[in-house]
Unconditional design. Structure first.
Length: 607
């Protein structure tokens, strides 16, 4: 089919010979090679040509978005590489064009008029493991961008890359700085972020904003932690009373909202995996259906007396594992949400079981009394034995995800099926090693490296006398406030460099490394809402995006953090230009003076 885009942009045609390209796309492609024959101008509009598209015109719509963005932004790279230790600002494309730095080419190269896309299988569904590879090529004498991909999802990534490569020529037109050839594919099939709408509500438009940023950085999984003990913001037709525990009637996701998010994400090559955290982190919503299915909701969470605590943060609440009625309600809610979210994967929580909470359940205490040899590990196994069949029986394609606690915490089950994917968050390399050695597939979300709320979250608990310290900390509260962690259990703040430099397969055998399906950066929302969610995600999540797309090392195995520096500084500006409220990483001086702000003059320090 022929798909034309009829919004011409006035171009002043120039042909410039560029000795070094200024664009620095993120994530870095696996293989990119530039020619040196001179820049390629773009015609007034660039037409998409493809033999076939999906029934919902996924390719056509994606190119529409990309082309409109290219034309509207007239992008000028904000941060470029210069040989260290030169501290002169590298000229922008505009300055280069106007100052004569861009020299006339010996011959005019044909302007780009077409994007030809060839997809081998337009029916391939957006599910785990789908082929996302692509090739992109622009030759000297061609007027066409050639994109080839096994699936439409790879083609979408090609559009995203091309969108970053096309820049302003400084005189009102658009150019590709040099003919280029790219062969690209992700290292890992699972590349994501986790958004939490239970602690604080995040609106649908703000979720869209995260999806836009994810698409630009080629992240492909939104892990949506829908609820928690604090609130239940999700419409459930089977139990409409659950939303009584939403923060307000305006802070509820309707079925239409959920489906719209899924559709918006799919159009950008992003899967949405919902999470309903069970059996812990469960109070709001559930207690409206049947008070007997939750326990300890009326207790004091007792952080001041740890021996009596019932939750790691307020408010407390866990599902009653022994009460039979629990499983009826869980089945109904789970099946209803599974009908809305089309992804084959579903996250069912299973983290942070608090034993003291069950002291408030007569069903559990009677169960323990029946056999004094029973332990909380047996209780966790009871949950696995009774809940997992409900979850897995939804469809033959269903695959479950759980937090690693159900296998590795003090209160763990004895036998958890190996086909359940484990999401790692504790003890970094140690727990990754344990999980993969046991044969579990693993999503890496190590708190020490990837928790984006660290350094801000955790210190939200009020009326805390530990902050009333004006000197070195009391020995009973080491490393808390004065000179310490400031109340955040996982402090300090995880910078982009901390994320990017994480070698999470270190010391794993080849067989163990095969069990790493990817990584996701969680952002728990105790201190995050619509005002701050984007600035806490971005651009740090882009460091993870490159880590799991093309890695943090070059072909020689050296860390490429030095090269990543200007790439992520530029990408932050690109995110902001695209409407994503990403936070600043450095003073603008550092952006304009490549490597002038580096810690070491000797760049081998991070290579």
């Amino acid at each position: 089919m022929l798909l034309s885009h009829l919004w011409p942009v006035c171009l002043t045609l120039i042909v410039a010979r560029v000795t070094a390209v200024q664009v620095n796309p993120l994530p870095a492609p696996r293989n990119i090679s530039w020619a040196s024959s001179g820049s390629k101008n773009l015609a007034g509009f660039v037409t998409l040509r493809t033999a076939q598209d999906t029934p919902d015109f996924l390719l056509a719509n994606a190119w529409d978005r990309a082309w409109k963005t290219i034309v509207a932004l007239q992008w000028v790279p904000a941060a470029t590489e210069a040989p260290f230790p030169s501290f002169q600002p590298f000229p922008t494309a505009t300055a280069a064009a106007s100052s004569g730095v861009a020299r006339r080419a010996k011959r005019a190269l044909p302007s780009l008029q077409f994007v030809d896309v060839s997809v081998s299988d337009v029916t391939a569904d957006l599910q785990h493991g789908v082929d996302e590879s692509y090739t992109l090529e622009v030759t000297d004498d061609s007027n066409t961008v050639i994109i080839q991909a096994p699936t439409v999802w790879g083609a979408l990534h090609a559009f995203t890359t091309l969108q970053q490569l096309i820049i302003s020529d400084g005189q009102g037109g658009l150019i590709l700085e040099q003919p280029v050839k790219i062969q690209d594919a992700p290292l890992y099939p699972y590349r994501g972020i986790m958004i939490d709408t239970g602690r604080n509500f995040i609106s649908v438009p703000k979720i869209y904003e995260q999806l836009d940023a994810m698409a630009l950085s080629k992240l492909n999984v939104l892990h949506w932690h829908l609820d928690d003990t604090q609130s239940w913001p999700v419409q459930i037709d089977a139990y409409p009373e659950m939303v009584r525990d939403a923060y307000s009637s305006r802070e509820v996701f309707s079925h239409a909202d959920l489906r719209n998010v899924v559709a918006y994400a799919r159009a950008r090559g992003i899967r949405v995996i919902p999470e309903i955290d069970m059996p812990s982190h469960s109070a709001a919503g559930w207690k409206q259906v049947d008070p007997d299915m939750v326990t300890c909701v009326d207790s004091w969470w007792s952080n001041d007396d740890w021996a009596l605590h019932t939750a790691v943060e307020p408010p407390p609440g866990q599902m009653d594992i022994i009460y039979n009625g629990t499983y009826t309600v869980v089945r109904d809610v789970y099946n209803e949400l599974s009908d809305i979210f089309p992804d084959h994967w579903f996250h069912v929580g299973a983290d942070e079981i608090q034993p003291n909470c069950f002291n408030f359940s007569r069903y559990v205490t009677e169960w323990f009394a029946e056999d004094p040899a029973r332990t909380y590990n047996d209780l966790a196994q009871y949950w696995v034995d009774h809940a997992v069949p409900i979850f897995q029986n939804y469809s033959t394609s269903r695959r479950l995800v759980m937090w690693e606690d159900i296998v590795l915490s003090t209160e763990h089950a004895h036998d958890v099926p190996k086909n359940i994917v484990m999401q790692n968050w504790n003890n970094g390399l140690e727990y990754i090693d344990k999980l993969t050695a046991q044969g579990y597939d693993v999503i890496v979300s190590s708190a020490d490296f990837m928790y984006l709320d660290c350094g801000i979250g955790g210190g939200f608990v009020t009326n805390d006398p530990r902050y009333d310290v004006m000197s070195n900390p009391d020995p009973s509260t080491p490393n808390f406030n004065y000179g310490g962690a400031g109340g955040s259990w996982c402090a300090p703040y995880k910078t982009w460099q901390r994320i990017y430099d994480y070698d999470f397969t270190q010391n794993l055998t080849e067989a163990q490394a095969q069990h790493i399906v990817g990584a996701a950066a969680p952002l728990w929302s105790e201190q995050v809402d619509d005002v701050t969610v984007s600035s806490h995600f971005w651009p740090r999540a882009a460091a993870l995006a490159e880590l799991v797309w093309s890695g943090n090392r070059d072909e020689q195995g050296h860390k490429r953090t030095t090269l990543m520096t200007q790439r992520i500084l530029n990408f932050r500006e690109y995110l902001v230009a695209n409407g994503v409220q990403a936070t600043a990483l450095v003073p603008k001086y550092c952006l304009q003076h490549p490597h002038a702000c580096d810690f070491y003059r000797n760049q081998s320090a991070v290579q």
